[in-house]
Design a protein around this ligand. Structure first.
Ligand SMILES: [Fe+2]
Length: 330
């Protein structure tokens, strides 16, 4: 049975479902593993794991925000007529109307993850899979295929696409470990911003935390936020609603609204915060402004608590080897 909070991407028993998508000539395009279904009116937290063998059409979405995380391999991507390669650790952020194509460039496949909101991708793919089984001649109809299940969300562009080869730094949608949107260095902790709220319909942002062993994070007792974490290196021990468990490499942790939570890096660890409810960029900028320009306010615990509340931060305390890095007593 699937753990209530911990999802191991490499374990088939933790997948909700899986399917192979084939091209018209029968080649495997993708083996997709469904990990999390979308939630709520904004269809948040949809997440999948993909073994990508093939090539997508050049397309864009009329609605839906896609963030891709390359885990292993190499993928050729074309975005707005520019073509480059993405490698392990690279992230691609695609708002609606941003045209893109992906083409596997690794033998035999590239492993990557997709995080979506406002999209409903998994139900769309399951439906397509059902049509393939029950109505195969419809799948062969180019017009039906172009409309992709009759869902106009996929806006197919001219294929093949003419593209100019560029270094990946020239495609602004690509974020790399060495070139994040923002970087904050704290004791025991480095925080890298990979996507921003301005490119996620104001709903989320993605950060990567590099934690030294011994970093401890405690949250306030009443926390209305859901959290979504993805450990890509090392081990993190979580306590969620009284249940303790360890999330290792390739583990996703989904924490429901109001569940009490804390975690500790029990080795050096690298983990994405993908839930994006807290306005981390604003909070880290505001705390820096206070520290640099308004030291009296920075030392005023009630004032800091007000800033944290404004940025929807429910942290209580962050510590590294006993040193308090952040405290929110509000
Ligand atoms: Fe897409």
């Amino acid at each position: 049975m699937r753990h209530p909070y911990l999802i191991r991407l490499n374990e088939k028993e933790d997948w909700l479902d899986w399917r192979r998508d084939e091209s018209l000539d029968g080649g495997v395009v993708e083996e997709a593993h469904d990990i999390l279904l979308p939630e709520g009116k904004n269809q948040m937290y949809e997440f999948n794991d993909s073994y990508w063998y093939g090539k997508a059409n050049y397309h864009e979405h009329t609605t839906g925000w896609e963030t891709f995380f390359v885990w292993d391999g190499r993928i050729e991507v074309t975005v707005r007529g520019k073509r480059t390669y993405m490698d392990s650790g690279d992230v691609l952020c695609l708002p609606p109307w941003d045209p893109h194509q992906m083409n596997n460039a690794n033998d035999p496949m590239t492993v990557w993850n997709g995080l979506y909101h406002g999209m409903g991708l998994i139900s769309n793919q399951s439906n397509w899979n059902m049509i393939q089984r029950t109505n195969p001649e419809m799948v062969g109809d180019p017009e039906i295929r172009a409309n992709y299940l009759g869902n106009k969300n996929n806006w197919i562009r001219e294929n093949p696409v003419y593209a100019v080869d560029v270094p990946k730094e020239e495609i602004r949608e690509i974020r790399t470990y060495d070139n994040p949107l923002a970087l904050y260095t704290l004791p025991g902790l480095e925080l890298r911003q990979f996507t921003g709220r301005w490119e996620n319909d104001g709903l989320s942002e993605v950060w990567l935390a590099d934690m030294k062993q011994g970093v401890k994070v405690n949250y306030r007792k009443y926390n209305p936020q859901a959290d979504l974490f993805y450990v890509i290196a090392g081990e993190v021990r979580f306590c969620v609603a009284g249940e303790e468990f360890v999330a290792g490499e390739r583990c996703v942790v989904k924490i429901p609204h109001y569940a009490p939570r804390s975690f500790e890096a029990i080795s050096d660890a690298r983990m994405y915060d993908m839930g994006g409810a807290t306005h981390w960029m604003d909070l880290l900028e505001d705390m820096t402004s206070l520290k640099m320009l308004s030291p009296d306010k920075y030392a005023d615990k009630a004032y800091v608590a007000g800033v944290a509340k404004r940025q929807e931060c429910y942290l209580a305390k962050v510590e590294y080897n006993g040193e308090v890095i952040f405290e929110n007593e509000g």
